[in-house]
Design a protein around this ligand. Structure first.
Ligand code: ZN
Ligand code: ZN
Ligand code: ZN
Length: 146
């Protein structure tokens, strides 16, 4: 296979991995989910190209790791991923919060260009799971009392 064809194939495979994921993926996640072996440099180049063309945006986690997620309305000239990113500390996933959130207020004299917050906590799945566990514990403790 020539280089150009191989590149097209790599782009296609990486796109489908990102499309099939509900959360942002780091380099290793992508590498693991690609159905065939692909070298790190190729993956890195494709991801970098996607970032340049407005197809994918980067998210830096609190431990400095880079995650990638698909963009929705971005162009080559301008990324507009001004949405918060949510890191679930229970299942260790990073998701894009696409619903609009209240804009940040800034002290007088500051003007925002990019607004992208990073929030850590429990995602919908994990917080409902915790509620179930808590309920179970409460019911169990209640039964023990009688
Ligand atoms: Zn973007
Ligand atoms: Zn979670
Ligand atoms: Zn995002």
């Amino acid at each position: 296979m020539d280089k150009k064809r191989r590149n097209t194939k790599a782009k296609h495979l990486i796109t489908s991995v990102l499309e099939n994921s509900n959360s942002a993926l780091c380099h290793e996640d992508i590498e693991k989910q690609i159905p065939e072996k692909m070298d790190r440099v190729t993956i890195y180049r494709v991801l970098q190209g996607f970032c340049d063309s407005g197809k994918v945006h980067k998210i830096i986690s609190e431990d400095g790791k880079t995650y990638y997620a698909l963009c929705h309305n971005c162009t080559e000239e301008k990324h507009q991923d001004n949405h918060p990113h949510f890191h679930c500390i229970a299942c260790d996933t990073i998701t894009c919060i696409e619903e609009p959130v209240a804009p940040q207020t800034l002290p007088h004299g500051y003007s925002a260009v990019v607004v992208a917050s990073y929030i850590s906590g429990y995602c919908q799945k994990c917080s409902s799971l915790m509620k179930t566990v808590l309920l179970f514990v409460l019911v169990f403790a209640g039964q023990n009392d009688f």
